[in-house]
Design a protein around this ligand. Sequence first.
Ligand SMILES: [Zn+2]
Length: 96
Amino acid sequence: MTQRYSKAVLRKLRNDIPIDRVIADILNQPNKVSEGYFRFLCPVCSEFTTAVNPKTNLARCFSCRKNFNPIDMVMAVKTYSFRQAVDYLMGIIRAN
Ligand SMILES: [Zn+2]
């Protein structure tokens, strides 16, 4: 596999796009605010028992115990490969 993206770029994709924005605005994954917390429909198990952590920029599902960074989330929602997910997020960043 050709190394088109540097580690710094991948780090940027994981850290610089807020995970709740990835879920709600970029992927249009069903979401809601419940008791003051942002919840999203888990793309793996379809439960709403989820949360996001702005500090780590990770989303977590308490039902299937999966953690998602923005790249993982794109892979899960769109059933993309890692490479496709990175290309997709790069396209979003370039468009902004
Ligand atoms: Zn889940």
